[in-house]
Write a protein that binds this ligand. Structure first.
Ligand code: IPE
Ligand code: IPE
Ligand code: MG
Length: 240
């Protein structure tokens, strides 16, 4: 097994289910929101590092359509966290090369967050670096249902519908399929994340809690990916 990153085989699209913020805080006898705050700052760190490696798209799961079931004070905190973050770092984001886009429902979040998301998307739309896809009030089943509604409204001919056309109606329309899916904190499930887009993704699960997931951990995930034999249903040359 290779132990070093092969810079010529970097996954184009990495998706991360960033899990374990609550447990990270609990281990320190702190409230769960302390873990969310720490976790939010880690996104920037990992995004910058992924960009430096040549990753093109980083999708991060920040709030699921099911996370509304949490206690209201935690939900409120999670709703305010991106507002605080983007207001504080707007200028830094403007001067960076990171392109930010959002996936998920737009009808249940506050106007303030909606406006800010649009502003950030617009402000970074010509940036040439990594695309950071922030999945917020995102659920894959919800995304698929919304895509069906959108294609119906657009008058698509269902009889001739194919996978390529359908993909264009998903929130991730321009982002392509996921190559590597990472989940932190030891949970072995997908929790409704990018179900369509991960059809041929390689999975990497680690016990590390999200706030502790650093550059070295991303290296490990990528090295693991690079040691996989991706066949896409075919047969590799050497096995023919
Ligand atoms: C992930 O951390 C962040 C969100 C789901 C918003 P959790 O809050 O799920 O942390 P754990 O799983 O309870 O440790
Ligand atoms: C998945 O984590 C959602 C996000 C990371 C935003 P959860 O902690 O909500 O998932 P479950 O409940 O353990 O499946
Ligand atoms: Mg969790």
């Amino acid at each position: 097994m290779n132990e070093k990153i092969d810079i010529n085989n970097i996954p184009k699209h990495i998706a991360i289910i960033l899990d374990g913020n609550g447990r990270w805080a609990k281990k320190r006898n702190r409230p769960r929101i302390y873990g969310h705050r720490k976790g939010a700052f880690n996104i920037e760190r990992i995004c910058k590092y992924a960009d430096s490696l040549g990753v093109k798209v980083l999708s991060i799961y920040c709030f699921s359509t099911e996370n509304w079931h949490r206690p209201s004070d935690e939900v409120n905190y999670l709703m305010h966290l991106p507002i605080r973050y983007f207001m504080r770092y707007r200028n830094q984001i403007k001067d960076s090369n990171i392109k930010i886009v959002f996936s998920g429902r737009r009808d249940r979040i506050s106007n303030k967050l909606n406006d800010l998301a649009k502003d950030i998307e617009d402000m970074t739309k010509n940036h040439q670096g990594i695309t950071l896809n922030i999945c917020f009030d995102y659920g894959s089943r919800d995304e698929i249902i919304r895509a069906i509604k959108k294609l119906n409204e657009a008058g698509e001919d269902i009889k001739n519908l194919n996978e390529e056309t359908f993909s264009k109606y998903l929130d991730t329309a321009n982002l392509g399929d996921v190559d590597l899916l990472i989940r932190t904190s030891g949970e072995l499930r997908l929790s409704n994340f990018l179900l369509w887009q991960i059809a041929y993704a390689e999975f990497y699960f680690t016990d590390i809690l999200w706030p502790d997931f650093d550059e070295l951990e991303l290296d490990k995930a990528i090295i693991s990916y690079q040691n996989r034999n991706r066949r896409f249903g075919g047969i590799k040359e050497e096995n023919k």
